[in-house]
Design a protein around this ligand. Structure first.
Ligand SMILES: [Zn+2]
Ligand SMILES: [Zn+2]
Ligand SMILES: [Zn+2]
Ligand SMILES: [Zn+2]
Length: 243
């Protein structure tokens, strides 16, 4: 993987920002967009893959429920074939003010406001077999007016799609044009194949066509093919933030 892949474009101003500067950058926008005449805060969350460098910054209104956040995460990063998923407090700690589900995780009906007014961090798992682990941290709260219906999840920043070297020829194997070969991966070889090497790539155990390289921590797991992770970039018109 090349260096600097994990900068991100800010979706409030379309500037490219280094990964370690992004929190400060989005905080400055949100502070400016904050307004005193709202009662309920929205929460700035950083969502990180535990074992991969991918990250997202989102702003979630306090009335959004965990099942809605779950749907968002599945759509942008995770859903391969409808596995179970769940949220819990780190270390499986409990908080008797927060409802639990039948498995000891947090109830999916809890809202962001109910949780993040009490807790700063959540863990999330998708698929209890080949699990993808995420950690979610609440960075700050803001009284910001949401566009449209006044509630929701705004994607503020997402790491730029990575570029990998093709295991055969060394050229760039990018998201969208390159492939990820599960068989090479299981054999401990570089799984990345560039567009021009795909026709010649002879592994067949998992099908002739390599999976797509994705901008997701789920890459190479189960049947994840990234069909849903190519969200379209658009600058968000946030009330109170003139472009
Ligand atoms: Zn910005
Ligand atoms: Zn699956
Ligand atoms: Zn190649
Ligand atoms: Zn292969």
């Amino acid at each position: 993987m090349k260096d600097n892949n994990f900068s991100a474009k800010c979706r409030l101003c379309s500037k490219e920002v280094a990964a370690n500067q992004m929190l400060r950058h989005v905080k400055a926008h949100l502070k400016k967009a904050s307004t005193a005449d709202l009662t309920k805060p929205a929460y700035l969350l950083k969502i990180e893959a535990k074992y991969a460098p991918h990250y997202l910054y989102i702003l979630v209104s306090g009335d959004m429920a965990l099942y809605e956040l779950d749907d968002f995460l599945k759509a942008i990063w995770l859903d391969c074939c409808g596995h179970m998923s769940g949220f819990n407090l780190p270390g499986r700690r409990t908080n008797n003010k927060l409802d639990e589900d039948d498995f000891g995780g947090l109830s999916m009906n809890l809202t962001a406001g109910e949780i993040f007014s009490l807790e700063k961090k959540l863990d999330y798992q998708y698929d209890y077999g080949s699990t993808t682990h995420l950690s979610i941290s609440s960075k700050e709260q803001y009284k910001v007016k949401f566009p449209n219906r006044g509630r929701g999840i705004l994607l503020l920043a997402r790491n730029e799609a990575p570029v990998f070297d093709c295991g055969t020829c060394g050229n760039e194997a990018e998201v969208k044009t390159g492939g990820f070969c599960l068989e090479c991966n299981y054999d401990g070889k570089s799984p990345f194949v560039c567009a021009s090497c795909i026709p010649e790539h002879k592994c067949e155990e998992y099908g002739d066509t390599p999976f797509t390289i994705t901008n997701s921590p789920r890459m190479g797991v189960c049947a994840y093919d990234g069909n849903m992770d190519n969200d379209s970039f658009k600058v968000i018109a946030l009330p109170g933030l003139e472009q």
